[in-house]
Design a protein around this ligand. Structure first.
Ligand SMILES: [Fe+2]
Ligand SMILES: [Fe+2]
Length: 401
């Protein structure tokens, strides 16, 4: 049995991870000849998390855009150069040497090859055809779940092109694919909040409830993203480059679309969220055994099991608070929870689409409609009136004394 983890960062260029507490037993490797070159970390954490998180250059405090941009450029540039050098070294060593080395041609004993790092060491798979079948089932059997997301032809075309691109860009790499999806999935929520701020600044519309729900949705997507980073989804600079640049373009495109037609902006997001449901559900079924053998990352445990789940409840407008408390013991639970979150996002986006057409506070924070005991707004009002009457009576009684 071999225990592999990322611990020191020495010679690993992009990898630096402090130890956590879970022992990890990776999939059996085909090439056992390289065993002695792998790092044995007594703590055996399979994930990239803790002190500091897997940030690849995120600055710790707000600074001028010039400084932030320059630092990021230099840091990401160093990763690109390292990658080029490693490729060059690998080519040279494979053609001229018969010496024993790892898959990247590096003989440094502290080096961890790409296949032994998260996310590739987990051995997860995702069948693109199975994702398409899941989508087909959802659309053809609306009674069994979310059904088809009704949208305009332009959005449907963009969505189809996007799905094809995803299949081409991330073949056999489900975790980087999820990281990319979660990176861009947050953008529309940023856009919605930005546009609602704009409308509010102009004095056209004031809807703090809607802003709060979009913020809660974005917070949920942020935690999906952090989970994917703990699994190594942003390990390659190429994926980060693509993800961040696509996200910027997507943010401004959704802002523009929202200015013209908020309904279409919500429709497109509903399409993406439904695709996320199809993808995650296929993934956790396909990798069930493996996922059940792995622990939940700390960031997932803190999000799904924390004492304060106000924001977690707030984006689920169809549910009353405190009613959804899913387990989070294994990585299987984590992906199932994410899939269920995405289902809630679809429902909320549909509610937002209707809200743009008919208004009437269709989209409202569940905390406004229900209290902790599951009371509806009418019951709450009645209870409040009873309470105020009690107070008045008590005050009157005191005056009588
Ligand atoms: Fe997500
Ligand atoms: Fe989502």
């Amino acid at each position: 049995m071999l225990i592999v983890s990322i611990s020191s960062g020495k010679g690993t260029n992009e990898y630096s991870n402090e130890a956590a507490s879970t022992t990890y037993d990776p999939l059996p490797q085909e090439d056992d000849d390289n065993d002695e070159e792998k790092i044995i970390n007594p703590s055996g954490c399979p994930y990239i998390e803790n002190n500091p998180p897997y940030d690849f250059g995120l600055t710790k405090n707000p600074q001028s855009a010039f400084l932030l941009g320059s630092n990021n450029f230099l840091r990401q540039g160093s990763f690109i150069i390292t990658d080029i050098l490693e490729n060059w070294k690998r080519k040279n060593s494979s053609s001229s040497s018969s010496q024993k080395n790892d898959t990247n041609g590096n003989t440094n004993s502290s080096y961890i090859s790409l296949n032994d790092r998260p996310p590739y060491c987990f051995g997860f798979t995702l069948n693109d055809e199975a994702v398409k079948e899941a989508e087909h089932r959802r659309i053809s059997k609306p009674s069994s779940g979310l059904g088809k997301v009704e949208t305009n032809p332009a959005s449907q075309f963009l969505y189809d092109v996007g799905c094809l691109a995803l299949d081409e860009l991330f073949p056999g790499r489900p975790i980087p694919r999820f990281w990319f999806l979660e990176t861009i999935a947050r953008m529309p929520y940023f856009s919605y909040v930005s546009m609602l701020h704009l409308y509010e600044s102009f004095g056209w519309l004031r809807d703090p409830e809607l802003r709060k729900i979009h913020y809660a949705e974005e917070d949920n997507e942020l935690h999906h993203l952090l989970i994917m980073e703990a699994l190594g989804g942003n390990a390659l600079w190429k994926d980060r480059f693509l993800g961040y640049h696509t996200a910027i373009v997507y943010y401004w495109a959704v802002c523009l679309l929202y200015l013209i037609t908020p309904k279409a902006a919500y429709e497109f997001m509903a399409l993406l969220e439904a695709h996320a449901v199809d993808t995650y559900s296929t993934f956790f079924k396909e990798n069930e055994e493996r996922l059940k053998s792995l622990p939940a990352p700390n960031v997932a445990i803190s999000y799904y099991k924390s004492a304060d789940l106000y924001l977690f409840d707030d984006f689920q407008v169809s549910k009353s608070p405190n009613t959804r408390r899913p387990p989070c013991d294994t990585l299987y639970h984590v992906f199932k929870n994410i899939c269920e979150d995405e289902t809630e996002h679809v429902k909320t986006m549909r509610a937002c689409m209707d809200y743009t057409q008919v208004g009437n506070n269709i989209v409202e924070s569940p905390h406004n409609r229900y209290d902790e005991n599951g009371m509806g707004i009418d019951e709450k009002r009645k209870a409040w009136l009873n309470w105020s009457e009690e107070v008045n009576r008590a005050c009157t009684s005191e005056e009588d004394f």
